[in-house]
Design a protein around this ligand. Structure first.
Ligand code: NAP
Length: 314
């Protein structure tokens, strides 16, 4: 007979790894399944300044996550590097399918996170990886001393734009309004950065090129006027980094689990979903603040609630 875990955690970002730590410490037999690198969006974040107690000079997102992973494993959480293809969440024993293989557990924590929203402008797909990017940490190096555009006005766009100024000679922030959404403290630093140029009330109309991205056409959201920016002949390429928010990774279970109109999982304060024994934690949840610290807190609460649920079933 196959093993029935006390808890299976789907996703190894800050929420899933914190859940793994707390579940392990509660002596629950725990399996964490992650298809990619640990850390989720933090794995592609260069600088984390606001995780309490986590300030280590020069530490990157991946380095912080390495410590999360080591701590979860230290308390006994098993790991599986596979893609979850299907789940069956009703009933006392829940099933998680990875292709032909089935893993069973009495409780499930959905910690699948979110991914970058696409800009949706013509040329975006064609030039992804050839100038268009969703990860400054991964691709900033390619734009050493070049001109790049960052789309969006939230925390991600403005922080990543500042990071890019360490590489590019000029970084244009393209925002659809005339006021940033980013936190005041982030804005203050951005407005002091001389390499940043703000393109207010603007969206990308389309991008063009010849093998690589060479032209970005912006549209004024108030007047409809178009403005073109072309790569210098010596540069040969422009960068276009898109940071316009996230989309929840909830397709896997949104037929069974109640989600809001955007696909974020609805839970109560104890991370409980509409199905008994199924909890959600981190960016995949409906919540007002998506941060490492809130994801980790969700994970801790979800794991402790799993323990309580299991105790009630005995
Ligand atoms: P966000 O806060 O949702 O901001 C998205 C930005 O993109 C907004 O400025 C929005 O414009 C713009 N936008 C959305 N759809 C657009 C479209 N179709 N075309 C053009 N612009 C569009 O997303 P985020 O910056 O990725 O942040 C996600 C979450 O992570 C937030 O909770 C954020 O606080 C958190 N985060 C925190 C930190 C930090 O604390 N250091 C760092 C990164 C992210 P409008 O402003 O007009 O809506």
């Amino acid at each position: 007979m196959s093993k029935v875990y006390d808890c299976i955690i789907i996703g190894a970002g800050p929420a899933g790894l914190a859940a793994g730590l707390y579940a392990g410490r509660s002596r629950l037999s725990t399996l964490i399944i992650e298809k990619a690198a640990d850390g989720g969006q933090i794995a592609i974040t260069d600088n984390i300044e606001n995780y309490p107690g986590g300030i280590v000079e020069g530490e990157t997102g991946p380095q912080l996550i390495e410590r999360f992973t080591a701590q979860a494993e230290r308390w006994g959480a098993e790991r599986l590097a596979k893609n979850v293809s299907k789940v069956e969440l009703e009933g006392p024993v829940k099933k998680v399918f990875c292709g032909d293989e089935v893993y069973e557990a009495k409780t499930i924590i959905l910690a699948t996170g979110a991914h970058a929203r696409k800009g949706g402008f013509p040329g975006e797909e064609e030039y992804t990886g050839k100038g268009v990017s969703y990860c400054a940490t991964c691709d900033a190096n390619f734009f050493q001393d070049l001109v790049v555009f960052v789309i969006g006005g939230g925390d991600s766009a403005v922080e990543e734009a500042m990071y890019l100024t360490g590489f590019a000679r000029e970084v244009h922030i393209v925002h659809r309004r005339d006021q940033l959404r980013a936190a005041e403290s982030i804005q203050e630093r951005a407005f002091r950065n001389e390499k940043l140029v703000f393109e207010w009330n603007s969206v990308v109309d389309h991008v063009e090129g010849d093998g690589v991205l060479q032209k970005i056409v912006l549209k004024d959201t108030k007047t409809g006027e178009l403005r073109s920016f072309e790569a210098d002949e010596d540069d040969g390429v422009l960068g276009c980094f898109v940071f316009i928010g996230t989309v929840p990774n909830s397709d896997l279970f949104k037929d069974e689990i109640h989600c809001d109109e955007k696909g974020y999982v609805i839970t109560d304060d104890d991370m409980k979903t509409n199905i008994e024994g199924v909890f959600a934690a981190g960016d995949v949840r409906v919540k007002s603040l998506r941060q490492v610290v809130t994801a980790a807190a969700d994970g801790a609460i979800a794991a402790i609630q799993c323990e309580r649920y299991l105790a009630e079933q005995k």
